[in-house]
Design a protein around this ligand. Structure first.
Ligand code: GLC
Length: 813
């Protein structure tokens, strides 16, 4: 328990006493051009490098002494090549740097830097840079009453982070996740500053030590600080929120296409205790016809928690288990923690010690900290040799047909007073040694990178899946993120939404919470409501803790089981839509689940709206987030919307009261929205799905676009062009007399399984509420097999054979 000592004046940072000892850049004394790289501004006490790194992205790095900054980066930052010329000019009052997309004006005295976009609008307004005698540095950026803040990776609280303060320090937090918690498992030092009618921009701080973003302390400025190491900022241009997120993806990368099975429903438990139990769970899913793709093995599968081993008694024949799982269409994802048991008879420990792969103190002593296996050593993933060794250890799994790995405890979490590795451990860092204090937040990401790369080396061309608890900016390139040890609280169901939305705005599209809640006992009602919402989070896994009641969907009576089954089934029917969204994020970097704010930035009612969200651009999900609640207010932005369940058309720009008996989660589709569905299957890679007809539903009343992506769902053949991309466009004649659905094959390189190959050429099209009852229906470029119109329901139906065509047009008049 914490007591009042927690708020002892000496413990509270940022109190007024600290202010007196601050040093700041007061004025600029000169400039050194860095050619095509940018320029260094010399201040009276420190220098500031201004480096345009890509169109619309500007790096600002503070450094002390010398003329040249160290322009190295952490692995978060992709190698970028600056495009276009840089022009540096000086007048009496300022230096100006023109680069692609941006104009940066640095005032000489008093010092300040303003970054403008190419339309002359002010983006970031850097009011000052200050530091204390320990060189903990802070950047002060202007904000005002209209400011809203998003991003920050995985944080508690609501969507809009205005008035909040967060720390970036990867932490294993088992206490209940509440708004006061400033740091969780992931650290993405990234903020988006958004104001109505003004261009949005983001700031990334590339420093994996302890850093902070403070939008609370001052009314007119927000503060970004680094306790140690460099203040190395990237200003990322908008103007729209989507542009900011797309540009962030240029800097820190995108989520690669996962194997399709990894976007199915997943079931976990701490722990399934033995081989028979795992198989029983798998068989029960199939018997009960609840779709599921993945089962997890938590720490009990190992021999006394030694990583890369099997418990010989509980899991005596893993290959046999894997064969049955495979025949049932399941993948198995075992947990792998970084702690390697200190045991001189254990080959992994021996190899690590022998080859110098473990983290050590400067004096040479290996850092040993207690975790599940007792005293353990930790691989130094900053050393490529150690990372490669670790990656190759995964043949232990790939050799058994395992294609996914769950990385946990990789903050790293240590059962000691500081809860992590000693800060004076010195990481090898490939020849540029740095202390753990400087690199802490990178540890988990580098573990997942080593894991993903190792799995990839040993999976013969298949895509691996890696799930991680800890991460840093760029983690999406290597792993999927789950939000750690939440609880079976209704509040945590509610909080999971803004958490996942802000992760998406921070570049991490593939994320989700433990459905049903990890610790604490869930209830049937909570599980039903959480499964409804969870069917629409990009990562969809039910997981629960060792000391809680079991949480598989069939354990709470028939009604809850039916509800879970039908929402999980809905996810599987919508798989072509979901997989296409994954494709979209892999090329655009835009999130799959979005706050309404992203699509409706001019609507002030949505700036902090996070009890409802968008799945892709058009489908609104409005989960029930409280017990005993069977209706809720839903905000429909301007335009028309369809009730997904009843087809009823509602005018937007207003709040409505939605009916939500336990079996119904309110969902609405924007007029113009297009959803693709396939026949229900029990797992995502079931060939039957590809062979069955594909169904497109168009919700008339607005222009619509949808890009349908298909490939083999498993390999990297898509990188060689083996995929199909079809763009569907729905348009309506201005006079309301006709409408058409056009399909263009943007790319067709499918060789294996995808819709439209072999038997699966049939496209079923529904149009909800076309503007008039169609009397003439024609198709060009495809054979129209049949059509009908249900006047009572206002629903049009057509079946097309789209076999060999490049594209088609279906016209309703
Ligand atoms: C941590 C993880 C949790 C896991 C447990 C045992 O608490 O966050 O998901 O089940 O460790 O491995």
């Amino acid at each position: 328990m914490l007591n009042s000592e927690e708020i002892h004046p000496d413990k509270v940072s940022g109190n007024d006493a600290d202010k007196h000892s601050l040093i700041r850049i007061k004025r600029l004394t000169g400039v050194t051009p860095l050619g095509s790289q940018g320029a260094v501004l010399h201040g009276d006490h420190a220098n500031l490098a201004i480096i345009p790194v890509a169109a619309g992205i500007l790096r600002l790095k503070v450094f002390f002494g010398g003329d040249k900054p160290d322009l190295g980066t952490t692995p978060a930052i992709l190698p970028l090549t600056q495009t276009g010329d840089i022009v540096l000019t000086e007048d009496e009052a300022s230096y100006t740097i023109l680069s692609a997309g941006l104009r940066t004006v640095a005032a000489k005295s008093p010092f300040g830097v303003k970054v403008y976009d190419d339309s002359g609008e002010l983006l970031a307004d850097l009011l000052g840079i200050e530091w204390n005698e320990k060189r903990a540095q802070t950047a002060l950026l202007a904000m005002d009453g209209e400011s809203h803040f998003y991003g920050f990776g995985e944080k508690t609280g609501f969507l809009d982070k205005k008035g909040e303060r967060y720390e970036m320090w990867n932490s294993d937090v088992y206490e209940p996740h509440v708004p006061d918690i400033e740091a969780l498992y992931q650290s993405i030092p990234w903020s988006i500053h958004f104001r109505y009618g003004r261009p949005a921009y983001g700031v990334l701080l590339d420093n994996p030590g302890r850093t902070a973003f403070d939008m609370r302390t001052r009314a007119d400025r927000y503060q970004i600080s680094a306790e140690r190491g460099a203040l190395d900022l990237y200003i990322v241009q908008g103007p729209t929120l989507k542009d900011v997120v797309r540009n962030l993806a240029e800097l820190t990368g995108r989520t690669p296409l996962p194997p399709k099975w990894a976007i199915g429903y997943q079931q976990s438990r701490y722990s399934y205790m033995n081989q028979e139990e795992v198989l029983k769970v798998a068989r029960t899913f199939r018997e009960k016809r609840i779709p599921c793709d993945v089962l997890y093995l938590d720490i009990h599968y190992m021999d006394e928690y030694r990583v890369f081993t099997w418990d010989p008694v509980a899991f005596p024949r893993p290959q046999e288990m894997m064969r049955e799982l495979e025949s049932l269409g399941f993948n198995l994802v075992p947990i792998v923690d970084p702690g390697v048991k200190k045991d001189p008879s254990y080959p992994v420990y021996r190899e690590g010690v022998h080859n110098g792969y473990f983290c050590r103190k400067l004096e040479g002593e290996i850092f040993i900290g207690p975790v599940w296996p007792g005293p353990s050593a930790f691989p130094d993933f900053t050393d490529d040799r150690a990372a490669e060794w670790w990656g190759d250890l995964h043949v232990h799994f790939t050799g058994n047909g395992i294609k996914g790995i769950w990385n946990d405890m990789n903050e790293p979490s240590v059962f000691n007073e500081s809860k992590t590795m000693d800060l004076d451990v010195v990481h090898a860092n490939n020849g540029d040694p740095k202390t753990h204090g400087e690199l802490h937040n990178l540890y988990g990401m580098l573990m997942s990178k080593a894991t993903q790369e190792g799995m990839k080396r040993h999976l013969n061309g298949e895509r691996p899946f890696v799930l991680t608890r800890a991460g840093y900016a760029g983690i999406q390139r290597y792993a999927t993120v789950w939000t750690g040890d939440n609880r079976s609280y209704w509040e945590h169901l509610a909080m999971s939404i803004p958490m996942v939305l802000n992760l998406g705005l921070s570049g991490v599209a593939f994320a989700g919470p433990d459905i049903g809640g990890f610790s604490h006992d869930t209830t049937g009602e909570l599980l039903a409501r959480w499964t409804q919402a969870g069917a629409f989070t990009p990562f969809c896994r039910n997981h629960s803790a060792i000391d809680t009641i079991r949480q598989e969907p069939w354990l709470f009576g028939e009604k809850v089981e039916d509800i879970c089954r039908s929402y999980i089934a809905l996810r599987y029917r919508l798989m072509p839509t979901l997989y296409s969204f994954f494709y979209d994020t892999s090329v655009s970097g835009l999130p799959i689940v979005r706050p309404l704010l992203m699509e409706y930035p001019d609507d002030a009612s949505v700036y902090n709206l996070c009890d409802q969200f968008l799945f892709g651009p058009d489908l609104m999900i409005a989960p029930i987030l409280r017990p005993g609640t069977f209706s809720r207010a839903v905000y429909l932005p301007a335009g028309a919307w369809y009730d997904y369940w009843t087809g009823e058309r509602r005018e937007g720009g207003r709040w409505i009261l939605a009916n939500a008996p336990l079996e119904t989660m309110p969902m609405y589709v924007r007029a113009g929205g297009i959803l693709a569905e396939q026949p229900l299957t029990m797992h995502a890679c079931d060939a039957a799905a590809q062979a069955g007809p594909l169904t497109l539903t168009v919700y008339a009343g607005g222009e619509g676009r949808f890009a349908l992506y298909e490939d083999d769902g498993l390999t990297y053949a898509y990188e060689q062009g083996h995929y199909r991309l079809r763009r569907f466009v729905w348009t309506e004649d201005a006079d309301g007399q006709g409408s058409s659905l056009r399909c263009e094959r943007a790319h067709d390189g499918v060789t294996g399984t995808a819709h439209g190959t072999a038997a699966s050429r049939i496209l079923r099209i529904f149009v909800e509420r076309p503007s008039k009852a169609p009397s003439q229906v024609t198709a060009s470029g495809a054979a129209l097999l049949e059509w009908s119109y249900d006047a009572a329901a206002g629903r049009f139906f057509a079946e097309l054979d789209v076999s060999e065509e490049d594209g088609f047009e279906l016209r309703l008049a």
